[in-house]
Design a protein. Structure first.
Length: 392
């Protein structure tokens, strides 16, 4: 009897050892697979909150859905309007609870008129910044045709998007900014314990005002300001946000050299994981309120700019023969060169960070943002001088 019991005991012991070894090996295998999965950046989560960073080239367009609720932040360039509308329909959007036009630059509100003309919209937010461009006028016309009014953003104000909370932190009220980028509406979205910060093209001045306002901007995901430009994402601002992930919306080989080295170096130094539309196309982040997953692999820390580029100078010398002033007494002559003071409408030419000669026509994607180094009366003149048209 004792021998029989001892045999059973030994058999059971061997069975347990084998079972434990198999389970341990399986566990290690699963752990390896999970780590590889995370390192690639792809981590699909089942959740009701979805943030679509739509690939609109050198522009911005972000769709946020929470269940049946939806919000659109910007709509890309003029040429992106139909594509943005198609994308929204494709993912099942039938109406938009909120539409945000962060600021009146063509690469952010260019396609908004198409969106407004197509969908039922509950509320439209735009900053108190008027523009004389056709792009802006088209958006205003679309809003009027819908018998709607623009709601001005107020820092500290919040609203609900389903179970998510959206808090406005910029722009500061009653400010007169030199750069239209600093009028950008900046919104923090909180969903459960997770959060996103959407910054438009807000630059250092706006970022400083947000910090001075002592707003809660800690976020897991940062939509990097101004397509990764060095003019945004200051050290203090990035430290306050302390994101785990950063998303950059920019076009491949864009004329501005975005994202810039200074920005990418900061992200890399802080080990912030980066996703980029120029490398991955449309990026979709999903959250269940406890976790955040992405549909694509991690992007690189590569940058496109050259610190010797001329496009960022604030005061530019231009040939006097190509200038027209509203007030000629405001020009300061020096030989056959003058400093640009007040100037009306011709073709702008400059040299980008890669040393390429680019020209920009009025109403173009980059026209309002470009500092001219030379002016042309016609595109033929620009071509003859060795300049090519701007591309997205």
């Amino acid at each position: 009897m004792k021998k029989f019991n001892r045999g059973i005991f030994i058999s059971l012991l061997l069975f347990v050892v084998v079972l434990f070894t198999a389970c341990n090996a399986s566990s290690k295998g699963n752990k390896f697979t999970q780590n590889t999965h995370q390192e690639s950046g792809v981590n699909n989560i089942n959740g009701d909150l979805k943030v679509h960073f739509i690939d609109v080239g050198q522009a911005d367009s972000i769709l946020i859905t929470e269940g049946s609720y939806s919000m659109l932040i910007d709509a890309g360039n003029n040429d992106d309007g139909d594509m943005v509308v198609s994308y929204l329909k494709k993912v099942g959007v039938k109406k938009l609870d909120y539409v945000i036009g962060t600021h009146p630059h063509e690469d952010h509100i260019g396609g908004l008129d198409n969106v407004i003309n197509t969908f039922e919209i509950n509320k439209i937010y735009m900053p108190k910044k008027v523009s004389t461009t056709k792009t802006y006028k088209d958006v205003i016309k679309a809003i009027k045709n819908k018998n709607m009014k623009i709601t001005l953003p107020k820092p500290g104000e919040s609203f609900k998007l389903g179970k998510a909370t959206c808090s406005i932190v910029a722009p500061k009220q009653n400010q007169d900014y030199q750069s239209a980028n600093n009028y950008s509406i900046v919104i923090k979205l909180t969903y459960g314990s997770k959060s996103f910060l959407f910054t438009g093209d807000a630059e250092g001045i706006s970022e400083s005002e947000i910090l001075s306002g002592r707003y809660d901007i800690k976020a897991d995901v940062l939509k990097v300001g101004h397509h990764g430009s060095r003019t945004s994402t200051t050290e203090a601002f990035l430290n306050k946000i302390a994101p785990e992930f950063a998303v950059i919306s920019c076009g491949k080989a864009n004329d501005y050299g975005h994202p810039h080295k200074a920005t990418m170096d900061k992200l890399k130094a802080k080990h912030i994981q980066v996703y980029r539309t120029d490398e991955s196309g449309t990026i979709i982040a999903t959250s269940d309120g406890k976790n955040i997953g992405f549909n694509t692999k991690l992007g690189s820390y590569n940058y496109n700019d050259n610190s010797k580029g001329k496009a960022s100078s604030s005061v530019t010398n231009v040939p006097i023969t190509n200038l027209k002033y509203k007030n000629k007494s405001q020009s300061i002559a020096k030989g056959n060169q003058v400093k640009e003071m007040i100037r009306t409408g011709k073709i702008k030419g400059n040299i980008n960070s890669k040393g390429e000669k680019i020209y920009h026509i009025p109403g173009g994607v980059y026209y309002d943002k470009t500092v001219a180094e030379v002016w042309f009366n016609t595109e033929s003149e620009a071509h003859a001088a060795g300049y090519r048209g701007s591309k997205r």
